[in-house]
Design a protein around this ligand. Structure first.
Ligand code: 3PG
Length: 215
């Protein structure tokens, strides 16, 4: 499982978590994200349209498309066949991690507690999704986890929004954040690529500014 491929995804600083109900709306989402300078999307397996949406967006070639909400090996297989290049899971599952290794695709499994984290480290992982961040202490909790786990990285999702982006991205153990605010349900349904481009542009500008201030 190459960290280089994962690092390329995280270098975007902000990962749009996309819920697509109708794969026909996927091209507009890809258009918006590409035009907004945020060439990445995590398409969630919360809907039946996910594999077709991933196929459409990955085939477009302009953005890195991963699969989110992946909770078993079958979904890993479906995501990979559809063209996903990274896998995100809400929790830590050996089945999911092993299947991602089988496909040599990077995986970002979810953790919350030190016990989850230690189980993940035992699986050879060093980068985790921290979900649902807003319900479990947000940035303050991730800062505290940096004490016992100084070499690990956390990508918070769940409650990350423009107003608290800086709280998260100013921490050295947070390489990127994820969230649904970049692709609101109404904009996706209306195929409003301009609205998505504006949100993507603003998030990228703001994230880069926050990170630059820290260096
Ligand atoms: C996820 O799966 O990453 C979260 O549901 C995203 O949460 P948000 O809607 O608060 O961004």
């Amino acid at each position: 499982m190459s960290n280089e491929a994962l690092d390329k995804v995280l270098a975007n600083l902000v990962i749009p978590v996309v819920v697509i109900h109708d794969a026909a709306t996927a091209p507009a989402v890809a258009d918006g994200l590409a035009a907004g300078g945020l060439p990445v999307a995590e398409v969630t397996f919360r809907t039946d349209a996910a594999p077709a949406a991933i196929e459409s967006m990955a085939g477009d070639g302009r953005i890195s498309v991963g699969a989110g909400t992946v909770i078993n090996a079958r979904q890993v297989d479906e995501a990979v066949s559809a063209g996903a290049t990274f896998i995100v899971s809400p929790g830590l599952s050996r089945e999911v991690v092993d299947r991602c290794r089988h496909h040599a695709i990077p995986v970002l499994p979810g953790v919350i507690t030190p016990t989850d984290i230690m189980a993940g480290v035992d699986m050879g992982l060093d980068t985790f999704k921290f979900f649902p961040a807003g319900n479990f202490g947000g940035a303050a909790t991730i800062a505290s986890l940096g004490g016992p786990f100084p070499n690990l990285r956390f990508v918070p999702t769940g409650g990350v929004k423009p107003h608290n982006l800086a709280d998260f991205l100013c921490l050295p153990n947070i390489p990127a954040v994820g969230g649904t605010w970049l692709t609101p349900a109404d904009a996706v349904a209306a195929r409003d690529s301009d609205a998505i481009a504006n949100l993507a542009r603003e998030a990228t500008r703001s994230a880069r500014h926050i990170v630059k201030e820290q260096s």
